[in-house]
Design a protein around this ligand. Structure first.
Ligand SMILES: Cc1ncc(COP(=O)(O)O)c(C=O)c1O
Length: 431
């Protein structure tokens, strides 16, 4: 089976074949769908997933185990971005179907509608909309964990510098790095809440160890206390099935450039209707308004478009649309199954590999595309360098929170052979 028979491309206005790299759709609103014809979407079907792998231009010389930092795009995404840029520059037509793309994002995270989605450039900007837009006075408190990515720490710390709010870091583990159970962690949050607590901003899945936090329960707790709840959702969309309504968060910040494998520099914020009136736009401009005039009146939109403004690079949004179309064509549930299958292989392999050389920091029940280990006898930076030198294995160092650990990620372009090669290199490195 070659790619031509594997992929059938349908579009709303025309049919194209990805293999032909047809650019004739540039500038149309057609959204290509890649439909796997083969009945090969089971998590273990290597033949099927190798055809998916073929769509990713990432070099075969590299064993890329760092999707958690940056998700490479399949060709259909980069083609779409390029086509749109050419279209804009050849016609001057720089706008596009933002609403359609918001609906696609809403589907991925199960938001009620695209009206609840604002576009940003990254996760940090989505978090900053909330951290700088809610009312907070000196002495008010915000709860984070003690294993934040800078993207969920700096926006709140900036608010501390500006307005004198207090930031409390709730620990996720004991001193031996053993993760607290959900119940224990919930209890620590309860203990940290005071009458001055105004917001909780925590990762859905930590970038450090891939710890999946009980966001639904934290949201319930927050709501019981009249506290705003924001989840840093940099990781789940495009990797794990995500349902922001079920999580019950007031806001959820994510991006297209990790697990959705979209263009780089594009993010989004889910912001619930009842929360929008409490989040004042900090940076703003044309498009955010329902009305402005020389009577000096400004009324913002009531949808999340309140936080969008001014000229944007539509090609990136169109690329995100292509990325979502692509993943939906494979099936978001199939993607989750595949990622969990590869992670199970990776973790089982690691367990057998070098007993006594490391221990897992990822809680065993936090199954996702991320796995983190802490080495006993080797510096984590040395391990990172050696893995690269030996076979160009790209991993990630985890300095956050003083963890000094090593993180590995797998995604839909990872093969079982890649996992086996990774394990061989890791074994040789630790020997
Ligand atoms: C949990 C988490 N939050 C926030 C970020 C920041 O993402 P961005 O660069 O899109 O702002 C990252 C990036 O790795 C992350 O892992």
């Amino acid at each position: 089976m070659d790619r031509r028979t594997f992929l059938k491309i349908t579009a709303t206005s025309a049919a194209i074949n990805i293999a032909s790299r047809d650019t004739s759709l540039a500038g149309t609103n057609a959204h290509a769908k890649v439909i796997p014809i083969a009945d090969g979407s089971a998590a273990e079907d290597e033949k099927y997933w190798s055809l998916v792998r073929d769509e990713f231009p990432i070099s075969r010389e590299v064993l890329y185990f760092n999707n958690g930092t940056m998700g490479p795009s399949p060709r259909i995404v980069t083609d779409r971005v390029t086509q749109r840029i050419i279209h804009v520059d050849s016609t001057g037509d720089y706008g596009g179907d933002y609403e359609g793309i918001k609906s696609a994002v809403a589907r991925v995270i199960n938001a009620k509608s695209g009206d609840d989605i604002a576009f940003t450039h990254n996760v940090s900007e989505a978090i900053s909309i909330v951290s700088s837009g809610i009312e907070l006075k000196a002495g008010d408190e915000v709860l984070l964990t003690n294993q934040e990515h800078a993207g969920n720490a700096i926006p709140w710390l900036a608010r501390k510098n500006r307005d004198g709010i207090a930031i409390k870091f709730v620990p996720l583990t004991n001193e031996k790095w053993e993760p607290y159970s959900d119940d224990e962690f919930l209890q620590r949050i309860k203990d940290a809440i005071t009458p001055r607590t105004r917001a909780i901003s925590m990762p859905h899945l930590t970038c450090t160890t891939g710890h999946i936090l009980p966001i639904k329960r934290i949201s319930q707790l927050a709501r019981e206390h009249g506290i705003w709840m924001l989840a840093d959702g940099a990781h789940p969309p495009g990797m794990l099935l995500t349902d922001v309504q079920d999580l019950g968060v007031h806001a959820y910040a994510s991006c297209g450039h990790k697990w959705l494998c979209g263009p780089k520099g594009i993010g989004f914020l889910y912001i619930a209707p009842d929360f929008r009136e409490h989040v004042i736009p900090t940076w703003t401009g044309g498009e955010a308004d329902k009305y402005w005039g020389y009577d000096a009146r400004l009324d913002f939109m009531t949808t999340a478009s309140k936080y969008d403004f001014a000229t944007q690079n539509f090609a990136l949004f169109d690329g995100l649309h292509a990325a979502i179309d692509y993943q939906e064509s494979i099936g978001l549930d199939k993607i989750e199954q595949r990622v969990l299958h590869l992670t199970t292989m990776l973790r089982n392999g690691l367990k057998e590999l070098a007993p006594g050389h490391f221990h897992f920091l990822t809680p065993p029940n936090s199954m996702s595309g991320l796995t983190t280990i802490k080495l006993e006898h080797m510096d984590y930076k040395e391990f990172f360098n050696k893995m690269w030198e030996k076979r160009k294995v790209r991993t990630r160092v985890v300095p956050e929170g003083g963890l000094e650990a090593s993180r590995f990620s797998v995604h839909i372009y990872t093969s079982e052979d890649d996992v086996a090669s990774f394990l061989e290199v890791a074994k040789a490195t630790l020997a």
